[in-house]
Design a protein around this ligand. Structure first.
Ligand code: V47
Ligand code: SF4
Length: 397
C-alpha cells in the first residue's frame, strides 16, 4: 500500500485523537508543525502514527530511492584536548599509548591507497590537538586536491574550526573562506550533540557552543557551500531538548538553505564516561527518525548510520523517514570501532548494502556528496566472485 493511501486511512479513523489529526492534516497539506507539536509527537506519537506521516513525506520527496555514498575516512588522531562525556576518544580516559597522531604524509598515504578506487569523498574528522592547526589543514586539503582534484573533501566540524581559527586569530568568515580556498568542499554534521546549554554543559562543556556551531555553518553556507547536521540523542536529554535542537537547525536552514542532510546519532554507551546511561530502544530510534523527518520540513535528506544502529534497524528506518544510509568504503587496513557500535568491526560490501536496501523494497542509488546520482543499482547484477569492498565505521567529533 502506498504511503498516501496509508495516510488517508489514518485520517479516516474516527478514534484518532484531535491533536494527532491536526498534525496529520498539516503533514498531508505540506504545512510545518510547531515546536509544541514536535514535543507532542515525542510525548504522544505512537510509532505507527509517526511512521505513516514520516513515510508519506519520505515517499513524496524521494519515492523509493535510498541513497548511499562510497567514501573513506581519515581520522587524524584519536586523542583530544576536550573531554566530552559521551566520547570514547577523550584524552582523559584513553591512554596515550592507545592513541595515534597521523602526520601529513600518513594521511596523504591513506588518500593514495584509494587511487583507482571508485570513491568520491574523503571524510576527515577526529580529535582536536594543537599541532593540527589551520596551516596544517590548509596544506592537507590542498595536497589532497593536488593529488586527486575530483575527490570531494568533506572535513572537520565547527569543533575543530572554532579551535583552529581562535588559535590563528581569524574570524569565522575569514577562516571558512580560507578553508574553501585550500580545497574544502563540504562540512560533515558532527559536533552538534545537543545544542541546549542545559545538556551541552553537562556532556560537552568546553568545546564550541550552539551559537558558535551554527554561526560557522552559516558562514560556510554564505559562501554557497553545503553541510550536514547531526543530533546525538538518547542519553540525558529530554524530548523538548531534541525539539529545541531541531528548531535551531530549521531556523538556520530557512535563512541559508545550506544543509543537505540531518543525521540522528543514537548514543552508544560503551567505553565512555556515560556508560551508566541506558541506550534508547529500537522503537525510540525509529520514532526519532520519523519525528525528525516530520519536523525538519526544509531538510532534503534524513540519514541513518547503519554501523551504529545495526543493519536491521537501518532497514526499518527506510520506512520511518530515512532516505539515505551512510556507509564508508573499503578500509581493509584499519577499521575502528567505538562506543559499542552494533558490531565491533562493522563491514559491508557494496553488494551487501545494495541487497539490504532492495530487501525492504527500496531502490539503491549511489550518490556523490552533493546528491548527484552516480549509479542506479536497481538493475545492477553483481558477479558471484566480486572482491568485497568494505564499509568501515567512522569517527568522532
Ligand atoms: O559529533 C561521539 C558522535 C559524531 C558517540 O555528516 C557518538 O555525513 C554515539 O558526525 N555514541 C561524529 N555517537 C560522527 C558524525 C557523522 C557520522 C557519519 C556521517 C556524518 C556526515 C557525520 O559522533 C560526534 C558525536 O555526536 N558520537 N560519541 C557515542 N558514544
Ligand atoms: Fe574530542 Fe570530539 Fe570526542 Fe569531544 S566528541 S572529546 S571534541 S573527539
Amino acid at each position: 500500500m502506498n504511503s498516501e493511501h496509508q495516510l488517508e486511512i489514518l485520517l479516516k479513523d474516527q478514534d484518532l485523537p484531535q491533536q494527532h489529526r491536526l498534525i496529520a492534516e498539516k503533514v498531508k497539506n505540506g504545512k510545518r508543525i510547531s515546536f509544541d507539536e514536535g514535543v507532542y509527537l515525542y510525548e504522544n506519537g505512537e510509532l505507527s502514527f509517526v511512521g505513516v506521516l514520516a513515510n508519506f513525506i519520505r515517499e513524496k520527496r524521494h519515492g523509493n530511492t535510498t541513497y548511499f555514498n562510497r567514501n573513506f575516512h581519515i581520522e587524524p588522531t584519536n586523542l583530544c584536548v576536550y573531554d566530552c562525556k559521551f566520547c570514547s576518544y577523550s584524552v582523559l580516559i584513553k591512554q596515550r599509548e592507545d592513541g595515534w597522531e597521523y602526520t601529513m604524509e600518513d594521511m596523504l598515504n591513506i588518500v593514495k591507497k584509494y587511487d583507482g578506487e571508485p570513491v568520491t569523498e574523503a571524510h576527515i574528522v577526529g580529535g582536536v590537538l594543537p599541532q593540527y592547526d589551520m596551516p596544517f589543514y590548509q596544506k592537507l586539503f590542498s595536497e589532497i586536491k593536488k593529488h586527486r582534484p575530483e575527490l570531494h573533501v568533506k572535513a572537520l566540524t565547527p569543533v575543530e574550526y572554532h579551535y583552529i581559527f581562535k588559535k590563528a586569530k581569524v574570524d569565522y568568515a575569514t577562516g571558512m573562506k580560507l578553508m574553501k580556498e585550500a580545497g574544502l568542499d563540504s562540512m560533515p554534521g558532527g559536533g552538534a550533540e545537543i545544542f541546549h546549554p542545559e545538556v551541552r554543559e553537562k556532556i560537552a562543556k568546553d568545546k564550541c557552543n550552539a551559537e558558535q556551531w551554527l554561526q560557522i555553518h552559516e558562514e560556510w553556507h554564505k559562501l554557497g557551500m553545503r553541510s550536514n547536521a547531526t543530533m546525538l540523542y538518547g542519553h540525558i536529554e529530554e524530548f523538548w531538548h531534541r525539539v529545541d535542537h531541531m528548531e535551531r537547525l530549521r531556523t538556520l536552514q530557512d535563512k541559508t538553505g545550506g544543509f543537505q542532510t540531518f543525521i540522528p546519532l543514537k548514543f552508544r554507551n560503551q567505553d565512555n564516561q556515560m556508560s551508566d546511561v541506558p541506550e534508547s530502544t529500537v522503537v525510540e530510534d525509529l520514532r526519532n527518525y520519523a519525528i525528525a523527518r516530520i519536523y525538519l520540513d526544509n531538510f532534503d535528506h534524513i540519514k541513518s548510520y547503519w554501523a551504529m544502529i545495526s543493519r536491521s534497524t537501518a532497514q526499518l528506518s527506510l520506512n520511518f523517514g530515512v532516505d539515505d544510509i551512510d556507509g564508508t568504503l573499503d578500509d581493509t587496513t584499519k577499521i575502528y570501532s567505538m562506543a559499542g557500535a552494533e558490531e565491533q568491526h562493522p563491514a559491508m560490501s557494496t553488494k551487501e548494502l545494495v541487497k539490504l536496501i532492495k530487501d525492504v523494497g527500496r531502490k539503491p542509488v549511489e550518490r556523490d556528496t552533493l546528491y548527484n546520482v552516480i549509479t542506479d543499482f536497481e538493475n545492477v547484477e553483481f558477479p558471484e566472485d566480486e572482491k568485497p569492498k568494505y564499509y568501515a565505521l567512522p569517527v568522532l567529533n
